[in-house]
Design a protein around this ligand. Structure first.
Ligand SMILES: C[S@@+](CC[C@H](N)C(=O)[O-])C[C@H]1O[C@@H](n2cnc3c(N)ncnc32)[C@H](O)[C@@H]1O
Length: 259
């Protein structure tokens, strides 16, 4: 009850700060993961009432790198749209989604990039079962496995590793840094992050990891893809044309000011 009132009345920026300090003080992740699947399934069906989550065959096109849906359809969630369009632009030969949840992103990216070899991992077996119930085709077209990204690097090496709303929820013992570090070990070229930037200092964390002995990339360049409403981070080991360089963490917070 109190939680609901606070959520309704406080601006998002203040809520973000409160959540951040709560996680820090309690030294806990945002969720009790063993109980998470039920919550997540409910959340997906809520989001689905207002957004198209799965690209419907024959009802979308790609025009100059942008995904265009038939007008009768609900909009794609803006974060997902920016994620898919960025990955479409980078055209990796292979990719891995860390924390792939219900599998919608893997399924959608496979539709826009049919030649790309796709892999997905998640902490929870139950999430994998949910994924296969929504996208049975991924059983044969994707390399799927249960894996805790905070413990070790996945046993695979791909061109691009990405997350969508995963690292932001990991707080216990600063394990979000382990997760990011392990993603570098699995990626040959790019890391793409779509996260709530207020939940960690992502910029400093990634810079710190890149200075550690044994860091697997020779070079590191941090960029953003900014669509005017939200920001996605692209990390590359070569110079990328057409992306804006990221200079500090503050730049990531630009759309979180007053919402
Ligand atoms: C908020 S959900 C997002 C799922 C999906 N990316 C999406 O956008 O719908 C977070 C996901 O990260 C997974 N996860 C949490 N901690 C993880 C870890 N340490 N290693 C791998 N996956 C993890 C959860 O099981 C869950 O599926």
């Amino acid at each position: 009850m109190i939680k609901r009132v606070i959520k309704r009345h406080l601006p998002k920026k203040v809520l973000d700060i409160l959540y951040k300090f709560k996680s820090r003080i309690q030294n806990k992740d945002d969720f009790e993961w063993s109980e998470y699947n039920k919550k997540y399934c409910k959340q997906i069906s809520e989001i689905e009432k207002e957004n198209t989550l799965i690209l419907p065959e024959g009802k979308y096109s790609i025009v100059e790198g942008k995904i265009v849906l038939e007008p009768s359809l609900l909009h794609l969630h803006p974060n997902h749209k920016l994620l898919y369009e960025t990955i479409y632009d980078l055209k990796p030969g292979s990719l891995l989604e860390v924390g792939c949840g219900c599998g919608d992103h893997l399924a959608n990216i496979q539709k826009v990039l049919p030649q790309t070899k796709i892999s997905g991992c998640d902490l929870l077996e139950k999430q994998m079962k949910f994924l296969l119930s929504r996208h049975p085709e991924l059983k044969t077209t994707a390399n799927l496995f249960v894996h805790d990204i905070t413990i070790s690097a996945p046993n695979t090496k791909v061109d691009l590793v990405y997350t969508q709303a995963v690292i932001m929820h990991i707080h216990r013992n600063n394990r979000h840094l382990n997760a990011l570090r392990n993603m570098f070990y699995a990626s040959k070229k790019y890391i793409v992050l779509m996260e709530n930037w207020s939940r960690h200092n992502f910029y400093n964390g990634i810079r710190k990891i890149s200075r550690e002995p044994g860091f697997p990339w020779g070079n590191i360049y941090l960029y953003v893809n900014d669509d005017g409403n939200q920001i996605l981070m692209v990390i590359s080991n070569t110079v990328l044309e057409g992306y804006k360089e990221l200079h500090n963490n503050k730049e990531l917070l630009k759309y979180l000011k007053n919402t």
